[in-house]
Ligand binder design. Sequence first.
Ligand SMILES: C[S@@+](CC[C@H](N)C(=O)[O-])C[C@H]1O[C@@H](n2cnc3c(N)ncnc32)[C@H](O)[C@@H]1O
Length: 446
Amino acid sequence: MSPFEPIRVVGPVSIESTESDGRGKGMLGSRVVLVSQAIPGDTVMVRVDSQTRGTFGGRVRRVVDPSPHRTTSPCKHEFWCTGCAWIGATGDYEAEMKRGRVVDMATAIGVPVEVIGALRRPSPTLGYRHYAKSEFGSRQGALILGSFVSGTHWVVDNDGCPVLVDELSKTTSAVLRSAIAIGATRDRPETRGLRHVLARRSRATGETLIVVASGRDDASDARAVVQQVTALDPSVTSAWTLAQTKASNTLLDGDLVHVSGKTTITDSLLGIPVQIGPRSFFQANPACAEAMFEVALQLAGVGNRVWDLYSGVGVLAMALATNFAHVSAVESVPEAAALIGANAASARVNVVGLSAKVEDYAAWAPLAGSPDVIVADPPRKGLGLLGVSACTESSAQRLVLLSCDLTAWQRDVGELLRRGFLVTAVEPFDAFPKTAHVETVTCFER
Ligand SMILES: C[S@@+](CC[C@H](N)C(=O)[O-])C[C@H]1O[C@@H](n2cnc3c(N)ncnc32)[C@H](O)[C@@H]1O
């Protein structure tokens, strides 16, 4: 099957509920049908993208009878690109569903509903993303840049994606135009070519960092693209190529080469400037991140010693230094860990950066001292058992957990409860409006 033709259409399907990834769920006979961007209350015809014996997965081909919660989509790629599960829903319904999910998942593991706050929506619901990941693909022989259709390896175009800040959208369009201008092709086993683009725009300075990845050993096509883009778009102040010759689920696996401009860009959160490199994590929605950090700082309180686990380039650690005499920041990506020291030195803030995996706490904890409080902001897979152990085996009486995946959050919270921590507050955030993601800041006390 291809994303374009031929297509198989099934239905009508009444959408009754929503899966954790935001897909609408209905039944067709004994088969479960999971439909991207279908909303409970919709009846839809479904174009099938994937199937197993018991399920169809697909996209809306036609809305036969719309849900009362449906509204006009702001995106021309609705029902084509599957990136935003709630793109066609009213904002109020999206918020109700997101908070409802937090409440259901929390109460299922014994967290009292009274400690769960309202869903906060600190950023605009469109034009909020400062970080874009785009895949190269092709349509009728022409090169396109877009994203994977849910559950498949098909790439569909999403130019002008409305959740990206405008300027970043323009940069990714410039990348595509440049790639077409030099006659580049997408990567295939038989003819190696372009794979994907990562682009990050600083809200504070407008600087943009791009990485163009190629399946070629020498990334010569990516290099030619990067040279064109930097000539076209002066906001691109840091440009890189990545030679990624093997299949990988990790976007930055491979040989990363600096092509032009500076090696970092500068952004800032809560007024704290930080340098960010191509391998460094930085929040994609800075307006929401600031609001989450403010809540996390308030919940962390005041004390002598704090650990910031999974610290990235150290922005939260630096903010914590206002209320704690000693701050240790633990980060596993060497580039980001090295930037903690540089960032703290330029801000004249006292933060000790440790380049280590949190789960190797036996090695780094003696260097970090005994904490009163831990703030942890793990990646999507959560703390896991060893991350939980790093917290529970420390002296910390309080833990503030920032979480970006509700399934991992539920598992981590369950484990922390079993090990004697109590949940005192859960604050949900709509960090990625229109998508299915919900972030939480959770406070625990021993
Ligand atoms: C969600 S980000 C949070 C970063 C930081 N709090 C911020 O807001 O900029 C998670 C960070 O954890 C790092 N990381 C991932 N796995 C890790 C591990 N096992 N130990 C330490 N750091 C890890 C990632 O590189 C990333 O910088």
